[in-house]
Design a binder for this molecule. Sequence first.
Ligand code: A3P
Length: 303
Amino acid sequence: EQHTTWDGGQLVKYDGIWCATRLLRPIISTQKYFKAKDTDIILSTMPKSGTTWLKALAFAIINRNIHEIDQSPLLNSNPHAVVPALEFDAYRDQENPDLEHIPSPRIFSTHISYNTLPDSIRESECKIIYICRNPLDLFNSLWHFLLDNKSEKYAERILIDKAFDMFCKGNHHSGPFWDHMLGYWNAHLNDSQKVLFLKYEDLKEDITFHVKRIAEFIEFPFSLEEEKQGVIEKISRLCSFENLSNLEINKTGNSDIFKNSSFFRKGEVGDWKNHLTPEMAERVNKILESKLEGSGLMFKTCN
Ligand code: A3P
């Protein structure tokens, strides 16, 4: 099954989830060849849920004894440059790249759905951290991101109403939103030691609590000494939207296809209210109600 999404991107359905046609080969290679190590950390997200933030946090937590926090590579590199994505980076050009030389613990990110992950990720002792975001902010963020990275020619064509309709029908990168999220939610319910399930909104509300929680989950807990020295607060500040978005590298740098600055737009909860109508919110809330019924998962920020 094929579809063209609102930015003109060609999508193909694989294992029930829409992915960019150009990513199909890298996703299949990841599935076939990636050998997870027990010490690996996999950051799984839908695009625009807080991937950049989670990459920065995981990297800073793990490397806090290697570099002083005020000398962190995150000050000179975009978080996407320090944490490779499986399908976008590691497997993009090679079918079976050598990833053995990467020092442990290795951190990778992915937008691949839970069911499509390589068996070795599910079967090894490696840890998975998923972050999700309320679908209205996620859609709003995705719409702006694609607009920001497209030529004028496409920008005119990305009408928000049309894009929103496609989003609700699930025809978007890594969509349907609900299926992707529920896959990881159920995996978390089955084994909460294996899958940590986070929400962007919760991190916005209390970041120091979540830095501690992530560190404990990946078995890199903070010592009392570190807590006293304010290491948790330092990491939270280093990875904050305010700090990262103001760094020169994130204002002017480019990754292969995207502008670094396009990963830092507003970083707020509820910005959808400035772009979407109450009727649009109502439509998403109805879908949420039916899809999440009985799952125990809720979003309080869609009203
Ligand atoms: P907005 O477009 O709503 O501002 P992803 O990293 O998954 O691509 O998601 C990008 C979204 O996360 C954007 O949302 C971006 O501004 C926000 N973001 C990026 N870095 C962040 C940070 N350090 N703290 C909070 N939000 C951040």
